[in-house]
Design a binder for this molecule. Structure first.
Ligand code: ADP
Ligand code: LRH
Length: 484
């Protein structure tokens, strides 16, 4: 069969993009047609996402994608956050950002009230204070939740605006905490217990299923008349895992952007007490797979540091070159310490963490960056080694995909810390996974293994051999109290 084009809308926490992709038996070629910044907007009632602004950028991007004559459109974004619709289908206020403080305290008390082990038995999720179930508990009694007739996760909200179709794509629904991970269906009783009317949870849909054609007004404005929107793995991390260019079964992945999502792909959820205690998540992937992983705070620490210093990402390559010259293991932090979650002055928080743990705070931009990257590499080591132990699986290679694949220092430190080769790239694995699921719905590509083979054959990957001193990394891990 001949190749065809598809359009991927991929919304990350730090930027969104619209990518046109041409896919054929031996072809996978990407053109980024539009990119736009994203981030939280503080309003008097908390930190929000400007989803209306994002939607305008998406429409602009789709208009540019029209030149490539896409056969369909797919939308993915970050997880857990949602918009509420009233009975007329109108949006009830801007969605809250998962870094908003309204879940402080509520998440822990809700988990305690419902039972952390019971929650894990149902949803298999790591405890993150911003899981949708805890956001709903924090929103209990608000006017918006009382008026809500429909809850839509962000990609489903965009899909609704584009097509009028209402539904919840299952990979992203699995991050809410309200989905039974074994049956892949909503646990409506749990929703009711946190004070949300279960009727607001829309019907579930699987990746590959059609949402329908663009609404006439959107079709006209974008020049994409008759082009359908197709559900993809709408959780960006699920799409990123599809886009991993693995050629062997025993791979680990790190989807490295604002967050580092590190783990393994499994055939079934693993909800043992040990997995719960290690705070591993079982998020749903395509084709019945499970993403057994942990969130690591990721490049958020770098990005917020740059923001604090009034620097931009263009200055990163220069800063990274200087960080590479800094002495090793001078200061180390647990990147997942809750103090690093909200927006703010990261260098000050890192200094505070160092003082509280008897370390000399890093002095200067390059030293702060070195501290963050070594700490992230150590967290990667801990998560991947723990995942292997919990699942009893061997891991022979670690794939780093996402914007972090451009960070050669982080990739090398990760190879050194984990003690395994790191294959870095593609940077746009999420868009690739989005496009591949659409191509499959159009009958163009095969199973996950074949999709990955196509990515491996067509995309550039950089190899980092481990050259670290295991004893030194083990000692560094032990300084954080980690003994993996
Ligand atoms: P998200 O999808 O969460 O928005 P991305 O996967 O797009 O994140 O990754 C963005 C990150 O990639 C940036 O925050 C930055 O840390 C990193 N990055 C971007 N460009 C470079 C570069 N030239 N060198 C190193 N890192 C980079
Ligand atoms: C990464 C991501 C991650 C979630 C977080 C909210 O973009 O989707 O998988 O935990 O955002």
């Amino acid at each position: 069969t001949a190749s065809r084009s598809f359009a991927a809308v991929d919304l990350g926490a730090s930027s969104g993009r619209v990518v046109a992709g041409r896919i054929g038996a031996r072809e996978l070629a990407l053109t980024e047609v539009h990119r736009f910044p994203n981030g939280g907007v503080p309003l008097p009632d908390g930190l929000h996402w400007d989803v209306v602004g994002l939607y305008r950028e998406i429409r602009h991007g789709l208009r540019r994608a029209a030149e490539h004559a896409p056969a369909s459109i797919g939308v993915d974004s970050w997880a857990v956050d949602y918009g509420l619709l009233d009975g007329d289908g109108a949006l009830l206020g801007l969605p809250h950002h998962y870094r908003d403080a309204r879940t402080d305290g509520v998440a822990a008390s809700t988990a305690e009230r419902l039972g952390a082990d019971r929650l894990y038995a149902v949803n298999g999720l790591q405890f993150l204070p911003f899981n949708t179930v805890f956001q709903l508990a924090a929103a209990r009694g608000t006017a918006a939740l009382a008026a809500a007739r429909t809850l839509l996760l962000v990609p489903d909200l965009i899909g609704y605006w584009l097509t009028g179709s209402i539904g919840a794509e299952v990979t992203n629904a699995s991050t809410t905490g309200l989905l039974d991970v074994a049956t892949r269906s909503w646990d409506t009783a749990l929703a009711a217990e946190v004070g949300a009317d279960p009727a607001i949870l829309p019907p579930l849909r699987e990746p590959g299923s059609p949402l329908g054609p663009l609404l006439p007004e959107v079709a006209e404005a974008t020049g994409l008349d008759g082009v359908p929107v197709v559900a993809v793995a709408s959780h960006d991390t699920a799409s990123a895992v599809v886009g991993v260019p693995a050629t062997v079964p025993d791979f680990a992945y790190i989807s490295c952007g604002t967050w580092s999502l590190a783990g393994l792909e499994l055939d079934a959820p693993l909800r043992t007490e040990a997995a719960r205690a290690a705070n591993f998540t079982n998020e749903l992937g395509v084709d019945g797979t499970v993403r057994f992983l942990r969130n690591v705070m990721g490049l958020w620490l770098v990005n917020e540091s740059l923001r604090t210093w009034g620097m931009t990402a263009d200055q990163l390559p220069d800063l990274l070159a200087r960080a590479a010259e800094e002495p090793a293991f001078a200061a180390l932090v647990d990147p997942d310490d809750p103090r690093f979650l909200p927006p703010g002055d990261m260098p000050a928080r890192i200094a505070e963490y160092c003082r509280a743990t008897g370390q000399r705070p890093p002095q200067g931009h390059a030293a702060v960056l070195r501290c963050v990257l070594e700490s992230l590499a150590l967290a990667h080591r801990r998560v991947i080694r723990t995942a292997a132990r919990l699942t009893g699986r061997d891991v022979s290679v670690v794939h780093v995909v996402g914007g972090g694949a451009r960070n050669e220092l982080l990739c090398q430190l990760t190879a050194d810390a984990v003690g395994l080769p790191v294959l870095a790239g593609p940077v746009e694995a999420t868009a690739i996974g989005n496009l591949l699921v659409q191509a499959r719905a159009a009958g163009l590509v095969g199973d996950l293994e074949r999709m990955r083979a196509l990515t491996a054959a067509t995309q550039q990957v950089r190899r980092h051999e481990p050259s670290g001193d295991e004893a030194a990394w083990a000692a560094a891990a032990a300084r954080l109290g980690w003994r993996d």
